[in-house]
Ligand binder design. Structure first.
Ligand SMILES: [Fe+2]
Ligand SMILES: [Fe+2]
Length: 341
């Protein structure tokens, strides 16, 4: 081997060691809580499938509980922070979240924009989503756009998307965001990446293919899936919106994980621990009185025709299956192996 080849060989070894090291992430603990739907008392605010009148208490209890978790690095909130984008709910959300001891990152949900009109639905005047984006600057948002990215810890890349359609509860990813995401991922290679969008992309079970539930899923999620194939650094896609306890499915090497609402039974949040080889998680109940817990469960059973599976009628047997599906107790804890270190 000539001297110049020897030098090139040594440089290649140094580079490969450096690149391998650059993928290594120190153990990092973080929380995801979703769909707080903060609804200060106003006309139209009630306790039904969502516990609107108790949403303030549920959010405050969640924040207090999270603040007790040792060594926590950050908190993620995948949207639906308010009932319908009311200014007082946005302001109160910012005030309550300021009590968190760690940074938080948030995206918008379909309820975080001006009124979603529906015949017979009482809505207060909401803010435009750009106003809410400005109210949440520094919590992912960095300027006027609904999408953002940041590295909350070294070598971990976090992307927030705006998957919402004005005036509708379904989701779609715009061409402009797809272009931006392609560019963002291309300049953040070799970082483990979490992408967060309010709407899910792939169904979590056969039951999710019910026609009325199509709007829980992105209309054009296939475009995102194509980008995830192009950038294998994308290891996780986090969503909310579905109001079901934490579930995951692995699709083409990406773990898609959906998160429960803290205002719909079973009111829960998820604690994650990312290590060199795994993402571990544990789902926790929001601490509430037994009366509120039972009320949440009763409301879940009584206000939920739309939310029921095809074969879960309001009978003792049907309710048992309906509860089991939404409680998802077999996925309250999981260890997900990472495909690269
Ligand atoms: Fe929601
Ligand atoms: Fe939603």
């Amino acid at each position: 081997m000539t001297n110049s080849w020897k030098v090139l060989f040594i440089i290649a070894i140094i580079l490969s060691v450096f690149l391998c090291r650059s993928l290594a992430i120190e153990n990092v603990k973080f929380v995801v809580f979703s769909d707080p739907h903060l609804s200060l008392p106003a006309e139209g605010v009630i306790d039904d499938f969502k516990l609107g009148l108790h949403s303030l208490e549920l959010l405050e209890n969640t924040i207090k509980d999270i603040n007790e978790i040792p060594n926590l690095k950050f908190v993620l909130i995948p949207g639906d922070i308010t009932k319908d984008g009311e200014p007082w709910n946005v302001d109160k959300f910012v005030e309550i979240l300021s009590k968190l001891k760690v940074p938080f990152y948030v995206i918008l949900g379909n309820h975080d924009q001006s009124i979603i009109t529906q015949p017979g639905k009482v809505c207060q005047a909401g803010l435009s989503k750009s106003t809410i984006i400005w109210a949440l600057q520094g919590h992912g948002f960095n300027g006027p756009h609904g999408c953002w990215s940041t590295d909350p810890v070294p070598n971990l890349h976090l992307v927030g998307l705006d998957t919402n359609i004005i005036g509708y509860w379904g989701g779609r990813i715009s061409e402009a965001q797809l272009k931006w995401l392609d560019s963002d991922l291309s300049i953040n290679r070799n970082k483990l990446t979490i992408v967060m969008g309010h709407h899910s992309i792939v169904p979590f079970s056969k039951d999710e293919e019910k026609d009325e539930w199509a709007s829980f899923y992105l209309e054009n999620g296939d475009k995102l899936l194509q980008l995830f194939v192009k950038y294998p650094e994308v290891a996780f896609y986090f969503s909310g919106h579905r109001h079901i306890s934490t579930r995951y499915i692995e699709h083409n090497g990406v773990y898609h994980i959906v998160h429960p609402s803290i205002v719909t039974y079973p009111m829960r949040y998820t604690v994650y621990e990312l290590s060199k080889h795994y993402l571990d998680y544990e789902v926790r109940d929001v601490p509430v009185s037994s009366e509120l817990w039972e009320m949440g469960k009763e409301n879940f059973l009584q206000f939920g025709d739309f939310w029921r599976l095809k074969d879960t009628p309001n009978t003792p047997e049907g309710n048992k299956k309906y509860l089991e599906y939404y409680e998802s107790n077999d996925t309250k804890k999981a260890r997900l192996p990472l495909r690269f270190e």
